[in-house]
Ligand binder design. Sequence first.
Ligand code: FAD
Length: 418
Amino acid sequence: MYYQPTSVEEIKEVLALARQQNKRVKVVGGGHSPSDIACTDGFMIHMGKMNRVLQVDTEKKQVTVEAGILLADLHPQLDKHGLALSNLGAVSDVTAAGVIGSGTHNTGIKHGILATQVVALTLLTADGTILECSESSNAEVFQAARVHLGCLGVILTITLQCVPQFHLQETSFPSTLKEVLDNLDSHLKKSEYFRFLWFPHSENVSIIYQDHTNKPPSSSANWFWDYAIGFYLLEFLLWISTFLPGLVGWINRFFFWLLFTGKKENSNLSHKIFSYECRFKQHVQDWAIPREKTKEALLELKAMLEANPKVVAHYPVEVRFTRGDDILLSPCFQRDSCYMNIIMYRPYGKDVPRLDYWLAYETIMKKVGGRPHWAKAHNCTRKDFEKMYPAFPKFCAIREKLDPTGMFLNVYLEKVFY
Ligand SMILES: Cc1cc2nc3c(=O)[nH]c(=O)nc-3n(C[C@H](O)[C@H](O)[C@H](O)COP(=O)(O)OP(=O)(O)OC[C@H]3O[C@@H](n4cnc5c(N)ncnc54)[C@H](O)[C@@H]3O)c2cc1C
């Protein structure tokens, strides 16, 4: 059954029915998680109609929203009040509760994952109780519920700490893997939101700096290069490479030369620079590893590809950095982290073999102490998470107390908790 409630009372009725009929419940936001974390064969509650801004406190620079609000709808509301979120993921067609629930992140070593911007939330638990959670109220639940995986109950409202509205200048320029890995600390200091793209089967890197600016909006976007070449031609060549896998290395080098060898600059309101268009159907993995393991892990991935020419890897490997936090199941729990996102496109919807690449990557990530993104592909089970997360038992105890019958579990979460 599928429900789109418009009030807390309606959600309580669905939970009561689920208890009566012994059904499981899954709450979804945008439904954009690439893993099956938001899937169910039980009752599905879609929060799309609980999407209002409830309060804006301009003095504290805090906004309280209903959990189902899309970030894309929140940005213009914050603009009106001269406020902004300090960091965002690549897309804004996602909900406030969804992004925090899966541990969504961006980049910037002084910035945490998006859930670190939460200062309070309300949670409706399996038995119909509403808990107000913050550092000062139900603090233990708060520490768990900011990355909630959808398994603690229904998030009803969220209060987010904002910052004054700001503009960003994005500058991208070419470099090499050796240069960027040898000078990582310097890049991290130079740019507030530094990330880089590595082009597998080559030394090529595109560095992206994003920093506060007073410059007026400007854009280097160009339909011919961005779409005709960067999307249509690329998709066609990637499709050809499904018959001739040896072409992938050449494609990565050719497109770097075509599109990434010049310096590009864009500036605009922060949310317009943080978000970018993800045009391709794709498979992704994105693990967080200790920041100091970045060089070792990337060089090992490169060496693996060189030693196994039959394993092909699409560009880019996107490398981002995030500040450590104290959220129990945050992949950045208690350590500054580097996220290393690998990708395999599906040109015209066609799957490209990726098993060997996926397994080799996972092996390296585990070896260097990685933790997988909750919303993306991984093969981990409870045994792995027990090793990865020092606070795993604490989270499990909180979950079992709030949801003793496992009403909010699904197949994905059974692998995590059983
Ligand atoms: C094109 C694209 C780009 C992306 N870019 C990034 C990126 O840059 N960085 C990154 O880290 N991730 C990225 N992601 C992943 C994405 O941010 C997450 O999957 C995010 O959770 C999606 O939000 P959603 O609203 O669609 O959540 P959903 O997929 O709907 O749900 C995510 C989880 O939250 C739970 N949930 C949702 N709402 C509630 C609620 N009200 N109460 C209780 N539980 C709830 C669900 O049950 C589920 O467990 C990207 C995904 C896509 C498709």
